[in-house]
Design a protein around this ligand. Structure first.
Ligand code: AMP
Ligand code: MG
Length: 403
């Protein structure tokens, strides 16, 4: 049985990062947050396009402004001013942050280090050549690549595009992800469940996770635990880029998902992972589409999505898989678990400064959605770790949506 790291690696290897996305569309920059670039973005001119002052102060020739020197101020340059005149020897020019440094000047002295009386400026500290100037083209030369194909557009990446005048961006289409819940006991949100039925929460949480991971959820109607119904709805799901099933992958008498997939010609890369919750997770390929069978218990479904499905969505969009958001935290209590499986326990991490502390929350097992809704992370207890003592440090997996 794979460890969760091996299973994740198996997903990534089989899905082949670096392959082009299924399709490409033109997206307006205002709608492009979170999308993956399908083009390179190049500098349209030098950046900065001129020698830029990074301070409010005086543009000088450094050699003419040793400590105690005085120079006559002969003008001023604001940000946005065009500059044609060069600095005349023996003078200085007042300059603002973001303005172009005039030819002849090789330093800007901060206004705080000067005194001014009429037109005469006294320099309290020696100017250094190059001081407070970002030279032209030092950030990028014209036509130099700024963002590469496959880059996910966060706010900083987005800001690069208008800088170079790109208002429309060629982006990967969001991978379309079919979400198929299964189970005779599962009823839709609109219906009133009888005593032994449950409402379908997995389709909602999976749709949220798909959206957060950059995919487009396509919700299918719940499938009953019957071959014919499963076959029909799985076939519908295989129309999309990726199929996620919830439930029906354990060893129960009515867990038919793997069998039906097999009848449809699926090959499986794994059908169990050494984790709790989430052990019976299935990953395979059917009719050229990748499929995940996630266990139906809601916390299992959510954990296995984060571990195995999220990197698959990155790859389908033409991006590199984002690393798991793991960090270390100091335990507030002693935790004991059986070895053999890695455990993911709903937990609350708090940190104000320095290293975080983590407390495992009480829960009733993998059906306990309410416990997970109070958690902002999972404590990860490795498969060979029987006990972690209070005060020791251990890995936590952040819930990126709330932490
Ligand atoms: P299974 O993996 O099919 O054995 O399902 C395990 C348990 O998960 C079931 O007994 C249900 O309580 C729960 N479950 C299955 N599907 C859903 C769903 N769509 N929404 C919420 N809970 C579910
Ligand atoms: Mg079931």
């Amino acid at each position: 049985m794979f460890s969760y790291e091996q299973a994740r690696q198996c997903v990534i290897q089989n899905m082949q990062p670096g392959t082009a996305p299924r399709s490409i569309e033109n997206i307006n920059i205002w709608n492009a947050l979170g999308r993956v670039l399908a083009q390179d973005i190049k500098a349209d001119r030098d950046y900065p396009p001129f020698h830029r002052s990074t301070r409010d102060g005086y543009a000088v020739r450094a050699a003419e402004a040793p400590s105690g020197a005085t120079l006559r101020c002969v003008g001023e340059i604001k940000a946005g001013d065009s500059v044609s005149a060069s600095l005349i020897s023996g003078t200085c020019i007042q300059i603002m942050t973001g303005a172009a440094v005039p030819e002849g000047a090789d330093a800007v002295v901060m206004i705080e280090l000067t005194k001014r009386s009429g037109e005469v400026v006294t320099f309290e500290r020696a100017a250094q050549a190059g001081q407070n100037i970002v030279p032209r083209a030092s950030e990028a030369h014209a036509s130099h690549g700024l963002l590469r194909r496959g880059t996910r557009l966060g706010h900083a990446e987005l800001a690069v595009a208008p800088q170079v005048g790109a208002a429309q961006l060629s982006c990967a289409a969001k991978p379309r992800v079919a979400i198929l819940s299964t189970g005779d006991e599962v009823v839709s949100l609109e219906s009133l469940p009888n005593a032994f039925q449950i409402r379908n929460s997995n389709s909602v949480s999976l749709a949220a996770q798909v959206t957060l991971a950059g995919g487009q959820p396509v919700i299918l109607e719940n499938a009953a635990d019957r071959h014919d119904d499963l076959r029909e709805k799985i076939a519908q799901g295989l129309q999309q880029d990726l199929l996620l099933l919830s439930g029906g992958v354990s060893a129960g008498k009515y867990d038919f998902v793997e069998k039906v997939l097999q009848e449809l010609g699926a090959e499986f890369y794994f059908d169990a992972v050494a984790i709790r919750p989430g052990k019976p997770t299935v990953f395979g390929k059917c009719k050229d589409k990748f499929i995940f069978g996630l266990p139906g218990n809601p916390v299992s479904t959510m954990v296995t999505f984060e571990l195995f499905v999220a990197p698959a969505l990155d790859i389908l969009a033409g991006a590199a898989p984002r690393p798991l958001p793991l960090m270390e935290a100091r335990l507030t209590q002693t935790v004991k678990e059986k070895t053999g499986l890695a455990h993911f326990l709903p937990a609350l991490a708090t940190w104000f400064s320095g290293s975080p502390e983590v407390t495992v929350l009480p829960w009733q097992g993998s059906g306990d959605i309410a416990a997970l809704a109070k958690a902002n992370c999972f404590l990860v207890v490795g498969d060979d770790v029987g006990e972690i003592s209070a005060g020791d440090r251990a890995p936590i997996l952040l819930r990126k949506d709330v932490a």
